[in-house]
Design a protein around this ligand. Structure first.
Ligand SMILES: [Zn+2]
Length: 502
């Protein structure tokens, strides 16, 4: 099994604060990162901010900071970092594209691509959506408007540097054909193949009109087109041009998470850039869908932008990540519904999981003096196999379904065994066996839950008398087998995990 795992989120514009949509992508990445660590792998997990975009400049100006753009970016990047920290995100680096090592990586990368003969000077004339920071052909538009912003793109004409993207058309198609897992989900693959085959053109990679951004190496009168610089962050983040040893260990990325609106950049431009620079391609690019809130598009003008920090204060980061990943299947469009969040809190978390933990520990306190009884046989391996397969395939919603199937079966097991009746009949052996099965199953549930709900899982370990660091210091092979919970050790019911909300 490989010993490393490298995953990335998109880097985010800092023209506003993080919304629940950004938090969702980052929660998904964090869940996968934690799972890979659980397998014992060394994980690099990169997220950060895209600071060379014109959008940031406009936001700085709108905030009256046009003379202090870098200061504005510093404050906003710090806000994003604080937000991710408060949400419990375990990224190993928070990259900012205004950082020195990124500029160094971009320069080195540009030189490679230029040496390959893939940069040429030409005149760009065509359509440009300033909000997307993307060039469009008539074909890309819907009714003459940007498909994402429903605004008329600008017609621009400029002498620019171009990247010979179409030179890589056949190589890209061949790569996608030979590596069906490269673009996920499948619907996105067909979309990207059609784009590469029919619509892809060489791309302008510099702008003369821009005042902000990384200068073109060797020609300071041009600034790099923001996407050309932004995509390179994924290799800067693991040491390209600054730490070759680290770079060789971690590149190519195992997983790059993106939104479906930026798929073309990640599945056509980016791999072609890497081919040109003679670097390997990421193994998987996985696009999540679009997000609505209570059935409506999230927008500042509608005033329905959900702040993940406020929502976490009302619930907890664990609850928000649970809800978002359970309800929104990775890859599909999804709706973030406040009603369903509340309902899932009440049913899945308070009634099913919380109640199970509380009942089992209450009975253990009552019938065995809060001590784990002698070992008894149980069966959990099947669930682990299904869970592991789902996690490997990035079917996170399915993995939660598998955990909840175990939770429901365990609640049913209590109803069947009726430990209170066994106690009355003084069927000690059967009572103890039942309690052991229940307690050990809780330990397995906590393990499976940990990548999704780390705080909850850790509270469960504590209640079961396990020390969190010690529990995680063992290999998964030993943790996942039945019977690791030690007879005679103490448990403590404590506070309910999910108290009922009024
Ligand atoms: Zn647009």
């Amino acid at each position: 099994m490989p010993t490393k795992f490298y995953l990335t989120t998109p880097i985010y514009y800092v023209n506003g604060k993080p919304s629940i949509g950004h938090a969702y992508t980052t929660f998904v990445a964090d869940t996968i990162a934690r799972y890979q660590r659980m397998l014992g792998k060394e994980v690099e997990f990169l997220t950060g901010t895209d600071e060379n975009s014109q959008k940031n400049v406009e936001a700085a100006a709108a905030a009256g900071r046009e003379d202090d753009i870098q200061g504005y970016l510093d404050e906003m990047a710090a806000l994003w970092q604080r937000t991710f920290d408060s949400l419990g995100i375990t990224n190993t680096r928070f990259i900012r594209t205004t950082e020195a090592d990124h500029h160094k990586a971009v320069e080195a990368f540009w030189k490679r691509v230029e040496a390959k003969g893939d940069i040429y000077k030409g005149t760009y004339e065509g359509l440009y959506c300033g909000k997307c920071e993307a060039f469009y052909t008539e074909n890309d538009l819907e009714g003459g408007l940007c498909p994402f912003h429903k605004t008329k793109p600008d017609h621009i004409k400029e002498d620019n540097y171009f990247f010979a993207l179409t030179k890589y058309r056949d190589a890209l198609l061949e790569h996608i054909e030979k590596n069906p897992e490269f673009v996920q989900p499948k619907e996105r693959r067909n979309e990207i193949v059609s784009y590469i085959k029919n619509f892809m053109t060489d791309v302008s990679v510099s702008r003369q009109t821009m005042k902000w951004g990384i200068p073109v190496p060797g020609d300071e009168t041009h600034r790099l087109y923001v996407w050309f610089d932004a995509l390179i962050n994924y290799i800067t983040g693991v040491g390209f041009a600054t730490d070759e040893k680290k770079f060789d260990r971690f590149w190519p990325a195992d997983l790059q998470l993106v939104g479906k609106d930026i798929l073309k950049f990640h599945c056509a431009l980016w791999p072609a850039m890497l081919m040109s620079a003679g670097l390997p391609l990421p193994k998987v690019v996985l696009a999540h869908g679009f997000f609505t809130v209570d059935g409506q598009k999230m927008s500042k003008s509608l005033g329905n932008v959900v702040d993940p920090v406020e929502l976490s204060e009302q619930y907890s980061p664990d609850i928000i990540r649970y809800y978002a990943i359970r309800d929104i299947r990775l890859g599909d469009d999804g709706d973030f519904s406040h009603d369903r969040l509340r309902a899932r809190y009440e049913t899945d978390l308070a009634n099913e999981l919380g109640n199970l933990v509380h009942r089992v520990l209450t009975m253990t306190e009552k019938y065995t003096d809060a001590k784990v009884p002698e070992k008894a046989q149980g069966e959990i391996l099947g669930a682990w196999q299904e869970y592991q397969q789902a996690m490997t395939d990035y079917r996170l919603t399915d993995a939660l379904d598998i955990i909840w199937a175990v939770i429901r079966r365990t609640n049913q097991f209590i109803e069947q065994q009726q430990p209170w009746a066994l106690a009355k009949l003084e069927e000690k052996k059967m009572l103890h066996d039942t309690l052991y099965v229940l307690l050990e199953t809780l330990r397995h549930i906590a393990w499976m839950l940990w990548p999704f709900m780390p705080d909850t899982a850790e509270k469960m370990f504590t209640k079961l008398g396990l020390e969190v660091p010690k529990e995680f210091s063992q290999s998964v092979e030993s943790a996942w087998v039945w019977g690791e919970l030690k007879p005679g050790s103490g448990v403590e019911k404590g506070e309910p995990l999910f108290p009922r909300k009024e």
